[in-house]
Ligand binder design. Structure first.
Ligand code: SAM
Ligand code: DTB
Ligand code: SF4
Length: 344
């Protein structure tokens, strides 16, 4: 049996954050907060290197869930139509292109409530082929049933993305068709199968600071910190219930990144959806606050992302480098090896 200690005695990772403590971080003077986040960031990472993942929607639209931010839900009238699963050849071609452009990881997303066994082997084949190209593999397919994660791991899956999206308290305002516990159960299956966890959320959905702190505390208090923590800023899509929600203060977004960096010091914190609408200066502040990963490529799943050209120019102006895939794997292994478990 495995017990988890609240404090990781090997590398001091904490898993007992109270929401009040995280709120206290949010309340620090901005300069103090960024200073603390950057100081912690530099203890664990080369602060001039950024990991890049390229996304591909392998099954677009027609999703039965009611996530109120999502253009792919069948319940909302958006410009996204339902399409079948992409053929393997298209997936391989997109992965080859991503690799040639410098991405270290290829993330395949499906607009599913959960993975069905009838699709499992097709997905496994996609994972194996992408892995064979020398890329890290990631999929996000919704909920997993027992046994499925083990098959995905055997196919060569490095990461499974499954977001908590928001705090437990705000969650029911956003999604009613699956529970928070459903998400935690899928994350546990992923961990148990030995797959790295990519788990984060969305800010700017009309939540308040308490809920942003609640999301981050929940992520940090998981049995292990997710290796990858995507922080998405809501992309407001016409036709979705959240399309008219007021903008989040950009400094509050930077504070969210900084707090994630401080409480999950060894995780890659990804500046995720929403970058296209951000100025170069705001993105630079996010990197200063400890973000060290991006989605790289002209498209997210159904919405647009900064072009490769724009990102390359920004990286050149800031002296940032893309993390090569070999370094990425080594770095991740170190953090996984240090996982705090006491077995008896
Ligand atoms: N259907 C699967 C699921 O929900 O787990 C996988 C794909 S789903 C699109 C992956 C994640 O994308 C969601 O959990 C959410 O965090 C993020 N996302 C979707 N729409 C978004 C939007 N409009 N703005 C920001 N993030 C979004
Ligand atoms: C994550 O946290 N963000 C990505 C990825 N994981 C799958 C998805 C963002 C989707 C943005 C809306 C769209 O393009 O459909
Ligand atoms: Fe479906 Fe995922 Fe979109 Fe929710 S976020 S509606 S589960 S595709």
């Amino acid at each position: 049996m495995t017990y988890y200690s609240p404090v990781n005695i090997v590398n001091n990772l904490r898993h007992d954050w109270s929401v009040e403590e995280v709120l206290a971080l949010f309340s620090l003077p901005f300069i103090e907060l960024i200073y603390q986040a950057q100081a912690i960031h530099r203890q664990h990472f080369n602060s001039n290197q950024v990991q890049a993942s390229t996304l591909l929607s392998i099954k677009t639209g027609g999703c039965p869930e009611d996530c109120s931010y999502c253009p792919q839900s069948v319940r909302y009238s958006t410009s996204v139509n339902s399409e079948p699963l992409l053929p393997l050849t298209e997936v391989i071609a997109a992965a080859q292109k991503a690799k040639a452009r410098g991405a270290s990881r290829f993330c395949m997303g499906a607009a599913w409530r959960g993975l069905k066994d009838r699709d499992l082997e097709k997905i496994a084949e996609m994972i194996s082929e992408v892995k064979a190209l020398g890329l890290e593999t990631c999929v996000t397919l919704g909920m997993l049933a027992p046994g499925q994660a083990i098959r995905l791991k055997a196919a060569g899956l490095d990461y499974y993305n499954h977001n908590l999206d928001t705090s437990p308290e705000f969650y029911s305002e956003i999604i009613t068709t699956r529970t928070y516990q459903d998400r935690l159960d899928t994350l546990a299956q992923v961990r148990e199968a030995g797959i790295h966890v990519c788990c984060g959320g969305i800010v700017g959905m009309g939540e308040d600071q308490l809920h942003r702190a609640g999301l981050l505390a929940t992520l940090a208090n998981l049995p292990s910190h997710p290796e990858s923590v995507p922080i998405n800023r809501l992309v407001k899509v016409e036709g979705t219930p959240l399309s008219q929600v007021p903008d989040l203060d950009p400094f509050e977004f930077v504070r969210t990144i900084a707090c994630a960096r401080i409480i999950m010091p060894r995780s890659f914190v990804r500046l995720s959806a929403g970058r296209e609408a951000m100025s170069d200066e705001l993105q630079a502040l996010c990197f200063l606050a400890g973000a060290n990963s991006i989605f790289y490529g002209d498209k997210l799943l159904t919405t647009s992302n900064p072009t490769i050209d724009r990102d390359q120019q920004l990286f050149a102006r800031l002296g940032l480098d893309l993390l090569p895939v070999e370094d990425r794997i080594q770095n991740t292994m170190a953090s996984v090896d240090d996982r705090h478990s006491i077995s008896s």
